[in-house]
Ligand binder design. Structure first.
Ligand SMILES: Nc1ncnc2c1ncn2[C@@H]1O[C@H](COP(=O)(O)OP(=O)(O)OP(=O)(O)O)[C@@H](O)[C@H]1O
Length: 249
């Protein structure tokens, strides 16, 4: 059996007539952290949105454990174990921490949600102390932790996470990254977009760089971390940072 968890094959996707992903192919291995890199507008978030069914590919296939997930609803995808933590703040600010968790567990029912809540809160002691606070009253870092906790309630096999470090202090970012590493080591597959490239590479297994929705580089994260031209990946020009030709997975 293959260890491939996520597979994009020749995917074309976009908005109206504007194609963002252009014949994108890549694979992500089970239990690994794959970091999506590239300049603004390269299509990194679009990869996550397309995988989570928010955008339908015009062409190509997207598979999870060898089975197509194209055309599935978010409910179906959640049931298959895919969780999405989008960029920015995605909580119900006027509801309590507890109510946000309950809503996050809506697809698994109240009983399972209540049963799993303590295990999730073990990861986030500060959030645990504030179960009855309005979500909007938590700090930015606590809110992001609650969002991740909400996703973990589903015991996901795959976590799609978009820019988790935005607005967080370096210490909180470190905690979030450590948690993602721990989850991956336990078998969860993580596909992450993150501008905090160096820190993210340190906990990632594989890095994929996009330019204009095309794959221009795929390398082990450790190899890329040692690359003196790494900054170019923020700005485009990944080819220049790529000593070897881009992998054709
Ligand atoms: N809902 C939308 N409708 C139309 N165009 C969109 C929409 N969402 C994103 N785009 C466009 O798609 C392109 C790729 O966006 P995407 O968010 O995937 O890029 P990104 O690589 O994640 O960039 P960033 O690092 O800036 O978040 C951008 O040009 C963006 O303006």
């Amino acid at each position: 059996m293959s260890d491939t968890c996520i597979e994009f094959n020749d995917v074309v996707a976009g908005y109206k007539d504007f194609m963002i992903l252009n014949n994108l192919s890549f694979k992500a291995q089970t239990g690994s952290i794959t970091l999506l890199l590239g300049p603004n507008g390269a299509g990194k978030s679009t990869v996550l949105k397309t995988l989570f069914g928010l955008l339908k590919p015009r062409q190509g296939t997207i598979k999870l454990y060898g089975e197509s997930v194209v055309g599935l609803t978010q409910k179906d995808l959640l049931a298959k174990g895919i969780a999405f933590v989008p960029q920015g703040r995605n909580l119900f600010g006027q509801l309590t921490v507890w109510q946000n968790l309950e809503l996050g567990g809506i697809t698994i029912g109240k009983e399972l949600t209540h049963e799993r809540t303590p295990e999730v809160l073990e990861f986030f002691p500060r959030v645990k102390q504030r179960m009855n606070s309005m979500a909007s009253a938590l700090s930015g870092g606590e809110q992001k932790q609650l969002e991740i906790g909400r996703a973990l309630l589903l015991r996901p096999k795959v976590i799609l996470i978009d820019e988790p470090s935005i607005g967080l202090s370096p210490m909180v970012v470190g905690d979030v990254f450590k948690l993602l590493r721990k989850l991956a080591d336990q078998g969860t597959t993580v596909l992450m977009v993150e501008q905090n490239v160096k820190s993210a590479l340190k906990i990632s297994d594989e890095a994929i760089a996009l330019e204009s929705g095309r794959l221009v580089l795929q390398k082990p994260a450790s190899e890329l971390l040692a690359d003196p031209h790494i900054e170019r990946l923020f700005l485009g020009g990944a080819h220049a940072a790529n000593a070897a030709p881009a992998a054709t997975v």
